[in-house]
Design a protein around this ligand. Sequence first.
Ligand SMILES: [Zn+2]
Length: 207
Amino acid sequence: MNKFLPEADFYQEFKNTQLSHKTVLCFGLNRAGNELWDYWGYTFNIPGGDHAEKQVVQALSDLLTPHRLCLALRYRLTLYLSYSPCEDCCCELLAFVKSLKVVEVDVMVSRLYCTEEHPVRNRLQQLMASGIRLTVMGRKDFERCLYLFVNSNSNFKPWPELDAMSRRYSVDLHTILHEVGLSLIGTFIINVYEQCLVNISLLLDHH
Ligand SMILES: [Zn+2]
């Protein structure tokens, strides 16, 4: 795994107003209550090879497997991703959290990837249901990512429309993560409505 992400790459890949063919992932693992990372760095998808998330999950599984049975240790994993995970990478993250229950995961994404596709939306909902926190990066998150993984002495230089794009992605993600609840409420309302119609027709028949 690489350590500090070059500053030019940070702005190129994390800028939420432009698209890229690459996904960059900055990650930090620390023990709960401990501010210092035990393991950290960044990686990106290899064309024709493993996606960034899979590489990190594999590296961390190797690192953490010996601690699997040590319940006293709780780890926190923080991920800054330039794109939200694809369907396969969601599965990787879900399997990782399931197999190593000592890990809490925070995923912050700059942009959403293929979220118009239903299987991707379903997987993102599963991530949330499994306890993984998934949010869209705002100005403070970009600033923190730069501080932690790029250069702690460099001042963050925001780009035009950063906040507007962040809000837009955030609304989209919120809609995706809560559409399960909405569809359940919708089903409930339809059921109540249908039951009312049945009752009315019974009343009419009775008279
Ligand atoms: Zn992926």
